[in-house]
Ligand binder design. Sequence first.
Ligand code: SF4
Length: 235
Amino acid sequence: MPKIEESREWIKRHSGALSTQKMSQAIERIAVHLNGSGHELALEKIAQQEDPFHVLVGCIISLRTKDEVTDVAASRLLARAPTPDSLLKIAEEEISRLIYPAGFYRRKAQTLRAISLMLLEEFEGRVPSDIDSLLMLPGVGRKTANLVRAVGHGLPAICVDTHVHRICNRLDYVLTHAPDETEQVLRSRLPPQFWVPINALFVAFGRQICVPISPHCSTCPIREGCRRVGVGRSR
Ligand code: SF4
């Protein structure tokens, strides 16, 4: 990430040619498309607020794990341990068993206990809402920190994962090499009302239409405004 004093110049160099007005229209069109045409836009509904500890646990379990497996594993664990305090009362092996078959389930069990311990010792058992504090927790990167802040605390944050990063580059709204860089540019250019919902919208859109390899450009609802930067083969 650039230093603050460099950021204006850096942002300029890493911004694409698509205007913010066109980007906003594209996001709204995607939301309508995903909600079914003719429906009222309900961007806020897409990112409903949840318990921050539950969001955090779900994020840790989700690493390299399919959504269906994550949902079941997280529900099983949170039914037994809904708080950091109750999670620490469960042995690491039992946590592993509860979250199995999530990928790296043994390491994740260790991480979840380490996070719970730090929450109790440093944060009075509560999940903090500022990014710097969240990044102090074991195993928590920017993507997780932003998701916990946005979905768990309902505060402005932009969670940039591989889908948001890829689609923003294809649209030519950003010119970046890594999700952290994309987050930096979006923070500066994207209107705040889209900060929270962009993740849920682009994840769904990136799985259905603007897929990583051979995106479905011929049926894409925003194909007219898209510059398709870096897109080779498409359907
Ligand atoms: S036109 Fe193609 S590259 Fe552009 S957003 Fe749609 S699917 Fe993605």
